[in-house]
Ligand binder design. Structure first.
Ligand SMILES: *Cc1c(COP(=O)(O)O)cnc(C)c1O
Length: 291
């Protein structure tokens, strides 16, 4: 299995008002072509546990453009496991987009669920309810929650810190489920701080996930969602284009673009103490949302 771990840590060029601040970027986007960024971090221990449990089939959930679906399909394939993806949206099909086609090519079996039923996916007994509808195997299913949002997922994300071989004061990441952020918060020691940038209009699910994983206090910034999940405007796109020009590093507008925009804005606003060293975590990118 070809994984580029430890992922590179690179210096960032960015003209900020406070020139004493040093910026780095942890390139988890370079870990693997199909299991990129934090998706591999979140799957690592889930995969190990699935293998240990003796299961032959993994089941997970996601939206039509979900990086998690893509990554889980590829990882299951790599680990010699069968996989099932429950996809939000009954009107969709396996040919709806490249992401779902990719998952099918990796051997994932897809089932499409209406949004109302999908909403209850984390409730006890949910799998039993949809088992008949989709003729799912009776036992031996290993469930990975949507977005790899569980303790195993967070544990894998905490390991990112061990790979950063410089002294730093802050690490910043985009938050979808908040699992990556919570894993970092849990694993941080000393005076180092983690900052999460929410990409959702309503961060309540992020807070819920965080609280399930860590009891430490958290700095989740909720000002940079640009209207909500996958929403964008010209200012964000311009920023990403500019960033790319001076750093030659691609960002997507769903996660990493908002995180980086938020970081630059927080620096401008004097959020960080002078001479801070900040590591931005490049969590990967949504394939069709790259600028
Ligand atoms: C999935 C994803 C995230 C969200 O990570 P969480 O652990 O769910 O908060 C962030 N960035 C990218 C690029 C992603 O694909």
């Amino acid at each position: 299995m070809q994984l580029n771990i430890p992922s590179p840590l690179e210096k960032l060029n960015f003209p900020t008002r406070d020139l004493s601040i040093e910026l780095y970027i942890k390139r988890d986007d370079l870990i693997h072509r199909d299991i990129s960024g934090n998706k591999w971090r979140k799957l690592k221990y889930n995969m190990e546990e699935a293998k240990k449990s003796g299961t032959d089939t993994l089941l997970t959930f996601g939206g039509a453009f979900s990086n998690h679906i893509r990554a889980t399909a590829a990882a299951a394939n790599m680990f010699g496991l069968k996989s099932i993806g429950i996809i939000r949206g009954e009107e969709l099909s396996e040919q709806s987009n490249e992401n779902l086609e990719f998952a099918v090519r990796q051997g994932m079996k897809l089932y499409f669920l209406d949004r109302t039923t999908y909403f209850y996916r984390n409730q006890d007994g949910f799998i039993d309810k949809i088992r008949d509808q989709f003729n799912l195997p009776l036992d031996n299913l290993f469930i990975v929650p949507e977005g790899g949002a569980n303790e195993s997922g967070a544990l894998g994300c905490g390991e990112i810190l061990q790979e950063i071989n410089i002294d730093f004061d802050y690490i910043i990441t985009a938050c979808g489920t908040g699992t990556t952020f919570a894993g970092l918060v849990n694993a941080l020691s000393g005076n180092r701080k983690a900052i999460g940038i929410s990409v959702l209009k309503d961060s309540s699910t992020i807070w819920k996930n965080i609280e399930a994983i860590t009891s430490k206090s958290c700095d989740l910034v909720e000002d940079y969602h640009f209207g909500g999940y996958a929403k964008k405007n010209a200012e964000l796109i311009d920023f990403i284009t500019y960033f790319q020009k001076i750093n030659q590093i691609p960002l997507d507008y769903v996660y990493t673009g908002k995180m980086m925009y938020g970081l630059m804005d927080l620096i401008e606003k004097g959020y960080f103490k002078p001479k801070s060293r900040i590591v931005a975590l490049h969590t990967g990118g949504v394939a069709n949302a790259m600028i």
